[in-house]
Design a protein around this ligand. Structure first.
Ligand SMILES: [Fe+2]
Ligand SMILES: [Fe+2]
Length: 319
């Protein structure tokens, strides 16, 4: 009573699962009431009776404290498998939750890969997302609709993961286990930027020669971060280390060429470049999808796998 109501974010009731414990305060707007009120404090289990009451007709909306969005998305991440397998939840809502949970995980990963336990958590999240992409028609389309067009390293990571896994599925390049490992690699492909000074990573202008040299170390830094975290499958390491290699041999860090670059790595490279072009940054506006694909075709045809690129164009056209 008398407590200040914080800035609120609306959430959907079907995301709350019976007998789960929410780590965030829950607010409700009752019909006719002037403002939402605190309904359930964090840490209390959400019994079926609580959820039933929320379903009552006089409840108009459900909210969380905007400050507690990370806790909310961690809750979603924790329950993601159940949420996604619920056939009553519409696909657009599932996509929003998947994207939100992945984005939140990546935000934590880039603030500290070790304490966030990001490798293990990304495995579970990638598996749930792959299942949805595999079994729900239109899932890619819905995910692309919620994707952010503002460039942050964490949103970029989620976008690249979405494009890469969808393209690898379309090309039928690997079995399910490898696809999971590949998905983890694409989600974490830029994790090495964690080790680079944020004044370089978030630089709004052109990088100096020295800054650029440092920036180009992120694949190697990523490789070592993942090794330090153990239990990282080979193809994920390949993706992290080699996503900036080019078929012409002019990429970095190892200057691999042609057959030396694995098929799945080539997929991630295409997704990575496309997302970098089509997102907005402080110093550049976003290029729309079609001109971006045209530019990639005209200026990077030697560097990228042309067959995969052709499939990528077809996939973007049909989703
Ligand atoms: Fe990168
Ligand atoms: Fe990237």
């Amino acid at each position: 009573v008398g407590e200040q109501i914080p800035e609120l974010r609306a959430i959907v009731q079907s995301n709350l699962l019976a007998d789960s414990v929410a780590d965030f305060d829950l607010y409700v707007a009752m019909k006719g009431a002037p403002a939402p009120i605190l309904y359930r404090r964090k840490g209390n289990p959400l019994g079926q009776d609580v959820l039933d009451r929320l379903n009552a007709h006089d409840v108009e909306g459900l909210y969380i404290d905007a400050q507690e969005e990370p806790e909310y998305y961690r809750y979603i991440e924790h329950n993601l498998r159940d949420i996604l397998s619920d056939t009553k939840t519409p696909l657009d809502q599932k996509s929003e939750l998947m994207y939100g949970a992945a984005q939140n995980l990546m935000q934590e990963a880039f603030s500290d890969p070790r304490t966030s336990n990001c490798v293990e958590r990304s495995g579970a999240l990638v598996q749930s997302t792959i299942n949805t992409l595999l079994y729900e028609d239109g899932a890619l389309h819905e995910l692309l609709k919620v994707a952010s067009f503002d460039y942050y390293t964490y949103t970029h990571s989620v976008n690249v993961f979405t494009f890469s896994v969808s393209l690898a599925m379309r090309l039928e390049l690997c079995d399910g286990d490898t696809l999971l490992e590949f998905g983890m690699g694409t989600l974490l492909h830029d994790i090495g930027k964690y080790k680079i000074d944020s004044s370089i990573v978030n630089c709004r202008g052109k990088l100096s020669q020295d800054q650029w040299v440092e920036m180009k170390r992120h694949p190697e830094y990523g490789d070592s971060i993942l090794r330090e975290n153990g239990l990282v499958p080979g193809i994920a390491l390949d993706v992290v280390r080699h996503h900036h290699e080019k078929l012409t041999g002019s990429g970095y860090p190892d200057g691999l060429k042609n057959g030396e670059i694995k098929q799945l790595v080539r997929v991630c490279t295409i997704a990575d470049i496309f997302d970098a072009l089509t997102t907005r940054r402080a110093y550049k506006s976003a290029v729309p999808s079609f001109p971006a694909l045209k530019l990639m075709k005209e200026e990077m045809s030697e560097e990228l796998d042309q067959q995969y690129f052709g499939e990528f164009v077809a996939m973007m056209g049909s989703s």
